[in-house]
Design a protein around this ligand. Structure first.
Ligand code: NDP
Length: 283
């Protein structure tokens, strides 16, 4: 079984972006700028944000951390977003989710200037994705598509099953696969005969949030399995798939950690460089 190495692919992308940023910063007058808003002190979010800021520094992207206390009001958070929308040194704005209880994340996402929306969650950019128009794409599913592409795994004409239909992973991933000419089925908690659906797929994408949910008996021999899940268990991080059990069944699979996770950050950097180029070319 081929282990699809997201860690190495993401490192390659970071290096390529670093060289691009170094070559283009002088011509564009300044390096790319990314604002990362973190509200509250959720430990997992703090780790994600730290990793994103570290990856920015490695790539030559200037990141500006905006730390707000969990007690910040909706109005104050929205004011911070509007300020960043108007800031010419900021190309991309990332609002780390989930927000503490009492804050409305969709309202905040709707306020981010779509041209600075490096997470691709703004309704305008989700609409662009649905229509197949260019625009920043949600990082995790876009990272999955790049990972497959860089491993020479084509999706056109293949039967793909996506388990999970969230707005940040399952739904946009299904749209991207559709645009790439896969035949796509989306499964969720109300799907009848889920195991049979998964067994019919040549490409399986798991974005469920349940450790070991996809087992060997659910997967057709030779299928490619992409595990998006990141679950914290007593024994460490676990994906949504039974990696050990699937070793003898799948032809290729992403590990957890070291699969989709690093690609999500690499795609954030790619999106930041893309919006920077689009903005500085417009000025
Ligand atoms: P959500 O909780 O938002 O969505 C989970 C989806 O799985 C829902 O559509 C839900 O169905 C479906 N689901 C849950 N239980 C079942 C079940 N028993 N049978 C079938 N479907 C089920 O999660 P996310 O999409 O945000 O994340 C999914 C996983 O991916 C998580 O482990 C998360 O940590 C990870 N993740 C990883 C990232 C990365 O960088 N690698 C980035 C983002 C997420 P329904 O809609 O019906 O409720």
């Amino acid at each position: 079984m081929l282990i699809i190495d997201g860690k190495k692919t993401a490192a390659d992308i970071r290096r390529e972006l670093h060289d691009r940023v170094a070559a283009l910063s002088a011509r564009h007058g300044r390096p790319p700028g990314l604002a990362v808003i973190l509200v509250g002190d959720d430990p997992a979010s703090q780790v994600y944000v730290r990793n994103k800021e570290k990856a920015c520094a490695e790539t030559g992207i200037v990141s500006r951390g905006i730390r707000l206390s969990a007690g910040v009001s909706q109005h104050e958070l929205e004011a911070a977003i509007l300020e960043l929308n108007a800031d010419p040194a900021i190309d991309g704005i990332l609002l780390q989710l989930p927000l503490p209880r009492g804050l409305d994340s969709q309202c905040c996402l709707n306020l981010i200037d779509p041209a600075k929306d490096v997470d691709g969650f703004h309704p305008v950019n989700m609409g662009r994705l649905a229509l197949g128009l260019p625009g920043p794409r949600p990082c995790t599913p876009a990272g999955v598509m790049v990972l497959l592409e860089r491993h020479g795994i084509g999706v056109a004409g293949k039967k793909a099953v996506v388990v999970g239909r969230s707005n940040i992973v399952g739904k946009p991933l299904a749209l991207m696969l559709l645009h790439a000419n896969a035949t796509v089925t989306v499964c969720h908690s109300r799907t009848a005969g889920l195991a049979g659906e998964v067994r019919s797929a040549e490409l399986v994408f798991a974005a469920v949030g349940r450790p070991g949910f996809i087992t060997a008996d659910m997967v057709r021999p030779g299928a490619v399995v992409v595990d998006v899940g990141i679950n914290r268990t007593d024994t460490g991080l676990a994906g949504d798939c039974d990696f050990e059990g699937l070793k003898g069944v799948a032809s290729a699979m992403t590990p957890v950690p070291g699969g989709v996770g690093p690609m999500t950050i690499a795609q954030l950097l790619t999106n930041t460089v893309d919006v920077w180029l689009a903005r500085t070319l417009k000025d």
